[in-house]
Write a protein that binds this ligand. Structure first.
Ligand code: CMX
Length: 481
């Protein structure tokens, strides 16, 4: 059974909270009348606010380029070209900046600040609404409670899957990895792309963002249904409950997956928020942005990003962590002493494998996303066996990795903790975990795609050299010194 909301009920939902709001593509361009309406920023829809904000942003970028376009902002060493381009400045990402010591800031806000400042679902809810973060990432503003509610309703109203995508998912081999299924379904949604259709009809560049915005919200609305369909098809009875038009994004995702426990709903809100964005250079964010720069639709761009997220050194590390933990549990037979865990860590390293969930390309301290999840566990299930195991590993692994002397960051990252939280609430199928990361990542990367289109970002095309050319280059530079 699929989730269905008609176009008319969608538009009703959108207008229930803001009677003047609009969200569908039939009102793509803000009319003079709409732009003259006089109500406060706290009443405006996301699309209205973004339409007001981005011209100033585009102007700011234009001025910056005019005044400082020739300013040198970085120098590149040869080792960086061969070292995964680590640390080279050259990307623009508005939503977040990652500090190696402090961790991520979303539009200037740390994770504790986000948890405090973003609107909540209700008075008895502690965790932020991820759709509120989407608003913040796109506009730089914290939305009002009513604005987030309207956005939740708007996203729920866009959740219906086209029949061909539903059938496609139902007919994929049950042993195909969930991330492959996820990427296939998102790619197949290309049939719905308003951007692709508008582009084929010759839409002007200044209007690209409108269609990208609509595709992005349509896509976000459908992701919980796709993810849950994959989960229910692979691991449960294949049936999906109806989407609740009055529920928030995290609650709908939890319900669709088949988990109505209140704490699990809270976990989903936290999970989606903290996994969303991690500045622009990580594989999934960079890939989505890169593919989008060729004017591929949000569907094709996100699918490309998801394929990157599926790699074991990136998002799939959350699955690897669980598999590694289970092997450890099996091997140590209930002995969770530090000595036994240290021995197991060395066995992993000596076998030439990485310790999943530890290390990071940018971070040099414990990931605050890890800390947020640890706090959640401490609050809700401090005595859970797997949580205690993860905590003991946290005490041992950094020392072992430091002693090994290879990794630049011996501290845990986000993936080190997420699986244990899901295990506690009964979502035990680890191969599915990266799909949840993917739903969250969409919340982080789609705002930048909309911004890219709004400010007319160019196709991305850095320069590459062959090794022969680099040898020529460095020898030439040396000779001149
Ligand atoms: N265990 C063992 N060795 C590790 C390690 C770990 N957790 N982290 C890094 N190293 C090794 C690297 O493999 C590398 O070895 P070589 O010189 O033999 O190639 C060396 O230490 C230096 O690597 P680094 O500069 O510290 O790390 P990178 O920026 O190259 O890579 C990352 C970063 C995350 C891929 C790496 O730390 C890793 O493989 N961690 C385990 C997988 C993981 O948890 N990934 C999830 C990251 C978060 C996410 O994207 O979701």
């Amino acid at each position: 059974m699929s989730t269905v909301l008609s176009a008319s009920s969608r538009s009703l939902l959108g207008r229930k909270i803001f009677k003047n709001s609009f969200s569908s593509c039939d009102k793509i361009v803000l009319s003079t009348m709409e732009s003259r309406r006089c109500y406060s920023n706290a009443e405006k829809t996301l699309k209205e606010r973004f339409a007001e904000i981005f011209p100033a942003k585009a102007e700011e970028i234009k001025e910056l380029k005019k005044n400082y376009g020739k300013t040198v902002i970085d120098e590149v060493k040869l080792e960086q070209a061969y070292g995964g381009m680590r640390g080279i400045k050259g990307l623009v990402w508005e939503g977040s900046v990652l500090d190696p010591e402090e961790g991520i800031r979303f539009r200037g806000k740390t994770i504790p600040e986000i948890r405090k400042d973003l609107p909540k679902a209700s008075a008895d809810s502690d965790e932020p609404l991820p759709e509120g973060l989407f608003w913040l990432l796109l506009t730089g503003e914290v939305p009002s409670e009513a604005q987030v509610k309207a956005l939740s309703a708007d996203l729920a109203s866009r959740s219906e899957l086209p029949e061909h995508v539903s059938n496609l998912l139902d007919n994929l081999p049950k042993d195909l990895h969930p991330m492959a299924q996820f990427s296939i379904a998102v790619t197949a949604l290309e049939s719905e792309s308003k951007f692709a259709k508008a582009y084929a009809q010759g839409v002007a560049k200044k209007d690209y963002w409108n269609y990208t915005f609509e595709d992005s919200l349509d896509l976000l609305g459908k992701l919980p249904v796709i993810a849950s369909k994959i989960y229910r098809n692979m691991f449960k009875d294949g049936k999906l409950c109806e989407i609740d038009p009055n529920a928030d994004y995290g609650k709908n995702l939890a319900n669709l997956l088949g988990f109505s426990n209140k704490e699990f709903v809270e976990l989903m809100r936290l999970y989606l928020t903290i996994h969303s964005d991690h500045e622009g250079g990580n594989v999934s964010a960079h890939t989505t942005h890169l593919v989008g720069s060729a004017l591929s639709s949000p569907y094709l761009s996100l699918a490309a990003g998801l394929n990157g997220l599926a790699g074991p050194l990136h998002g799939r590390a959350n699955q690897e962590v669980l598999e590694w933990l289970f092997k450890l549990r099996e091997e140590v037979n209930g002995d969770y002493s530090k000595e036994t865990i240290e021995k197991y860590l060395w066995e992993t390293l000596n076998a030439g494998r990485v310790v999943p969930g530890y290390g990071h390309a940018v971070l040099r301290k414990t990931d605050p996303r890890y800390t947020a999840q640890r706090e959640f566990a401490l609050k809700h299930f401090p005595d859970y066996e797997l949580f205690k195991l993860v905590s003991t590993i946290y005490e041992v692994a950094p020392k072992v990795l430091t002693k090994q002397g290879k990794t630049k960051n011996p501290w845990p990252n986000v993936d080190s903790h997420s699986g244990v939280l899901l295990q506690y609430y009964g979502l035990t199928e680890a191969s599915f975990y990266t799909v949840l990361f993917g739903v969250a990542r969409a919340i982080g990367v789609l705002p930048q795609l909309i911004i890219d289109r709004a400010v007319g970002a160019p196709i991305e095309r850095p320069k590459s050299f062959s090794t022969e050319k680099y040898i020529e280059l460095v020898k030439g530079i040396k000779a001149k010194m």
